[in-house]
Design a binder for this molecule. Structure first.
Ligand SMILES: Nc1nc2c(ncn2[C@@H]2O[C@H](COP(=O)(O)OP(=O)(O)OP(=O)(O)O)[C@@H](O)[C@H]2O)c(=O)[nH]1
Length: 433
């Protein structure tokens, strides 16, 4: 779990977390004005339809299932468990229903997160719904046939030493929530993304909401908030897919084009290219080539001077420096160039690698590891009267990049001022003389 993956989580976490915490605080602090029952009961459905339709349109099966689970919890809590629990008979069913729901829903969230998305949306969706439906149906059938036996399993505090009384949930349900959140959190660290964040917050939100079943606003308003978070996650994920490069995690060409349209009057642009990358690919293979591009991207992302790196395409990257001249960028570019030059990329000796994955895992760290490094060349240009728009600045930076390559590579070149580069008319050759 790297610091980079934690950092990647922050921007995608900000909006949903603020929404969830804000609504949670408003409900707990009773800051909300009186709301009609009709409105309270309509909002979750409206938001559920919105989130569900968005998930369907963008083919996000996991989020669609999460939306269905959140709505199922809402339906179960508001229209089954709550009314039953408010009837005077001391029936076991409301408590059993509550315990089963709080036990199974987190497990369904976890299974949904671990289940890889298949290409065919409908098949994927029906499979998930089928499996979760069968498990829930069987649990309910057993509970209806043997309520006392089921109660002993799901309502008993089996291990008092690991039970937290402050959280008003049956012990098994509490641990199911905790384990599911832990596993989903681990997956998120490995593959940070808006969908995963949305689902994690939705489950954590359910965990917060369920013990407050009898609060007049908690379940409907918080359900609405969680569904809104899932809808935002779908849109955010689709936005990222369109604007972010999958291999390196950097913003891609489309994001660069957007950025270029909003640059002010003063800026510099650097073009970067990995040296002899074709030879590298031919020698070490395309997979290690991909790893190199990720390493280069990670270093470029750290560039100083307010620069922002983009993947231009192939092994070319662009860095945009708003408000800077080319000369001001050189030290920052040099720092990145040096960092990449000294970065050692580990390569395993494939001839000694075991065929078996498990053996490979146990031998990891013991095998013969050698390292390799790459260099980059950079060209930088700034906006001037001769290069008045970003396309021309990029062209000038590209020319400077060619000069860096021609000059021996592994260096930064600044685009010359074209006015200084014009052939000077000497007195002897001046026809006007
Ligand atoms: N592994 C990998 N290789 C890529 C990717 N995109 C482009 N390439 C390779 O990058 C190489 C670019 O090679 P060239 O443009 O000939 O340049 P070069 O070998 O870097 O030589 P110089 O630029 O002159 O130093 C090609 O072999 C492409 O196949 C990618 O996403 N992954």
């Amino acid at each position: 779990m790297s610091l980079d993956s934690l950092k990647a989580l922050v921007p995608i976490l900000l909006v949903p977390l603020t929404l969830a915490l804000g609504m949670g605080a408003a409900i707990q602090g009773e800051w909300l004005p009186p709301l009609s029952q009709g409105l309270l009961e309509t909002l979750p459905w409206l938001m559920g339809v919105l989130a569900g339709v968005l998930a369907l349109i963008y083919g996000r099966t996991r989020t669609l299932i999460a939306v269905i689970l959140v709505l199922a919890v809402y339906l179960g809590s508001m229209f089954q468990i709550r009314p039953m629990a408010m009837t005077p008979e001391t029936d076991l069913m409301p408590a059993l229903g509550y315990a089963l729901m709080t036990l199974l829903v987190p497990l369904a969230f976890m299974a949904n997160a671990l289940w890889t998305e298949r290409h065919h949306l409908m098949v994927d969706l029906l499979l998930r719904l089928g499996v979760f439906g069968i498990v829930a149906g069987m649990a309910l059938l057993i509970a209806a046939g043997h309520p006392e036996g089921m109660a002993r399993v799901v309502l008993t505090t089996h291990w008092p030493a690991v039970h937290w009384d402050g959280y008003k949930m049956p012990q098994l349900a509490f641990w199911s929530l905790l384990v599911s959140l832990g596993v989903m959190g681990f997956c998120l660290m490995r593959h940070p993304g808006p969908q995963g964040i949305g689902q994690w917050i939705a489950l954590a939100g359910i965990g917060w909401m369920l013990p407050q079943l009898f609060h007049p606003y908690a379940v409907p308003l918080f359900t609405t908030t969680l569904l809104l978070i899932l809808a935002i996650a779908v849109v955010h994920e689709s936005f990222q897919m369109a604007f972010r490069d999958d291999l390196t995690g950097l913003p891609g060409r489309r994001a660069l084009n957007e950025r270029l349209q909003r640059l002010g009057r003063r800026y510099a642009i650097a073009m970067t290219d990995v040296d002899h990358f074709k030879k590298f690919n031919d020698t070490y293979g395309h997979d290690l080539g991909d790893q190199v591009l990720r390493v280069v991207a990670a270093q470029l992302r750290r560039v100083g001077g307010g620069g922002r790196a983009y993947r231009y395409g192939g092994e070319e990257f662009t860095i945009v420096f708003p408000g800077r001249t080319a000369a001001q960028c050189v030290t920052h570019l040099e720092a990145v160039r040096k960092a990449i030059e000294t970065y050692q990329i580990a390569i395993r000796d494939t001839r000694t690698r075991p065929d078996n994955h498990r053996d490979g895992k146990t031998q990891r760290g013991r095998g013969k590891v050698s390292t390799v490094s790459v260099t980059i060349s950079m060209g930088v240009a700034e906006r001037t009267a001769d290069y008045p728009d970003p396309e021309q600045v990029i062209k000038a930076a590209d020319q400077a990049l060619y000069s860096a390559k021609a000059g021996g590579r592994n260096q930064v070149c600044v685009a010359p001022d074209p006015r200084l580069a014009l052939p000077t008319i000497t007195d002897a050759s001046n026809p006007l003389r």
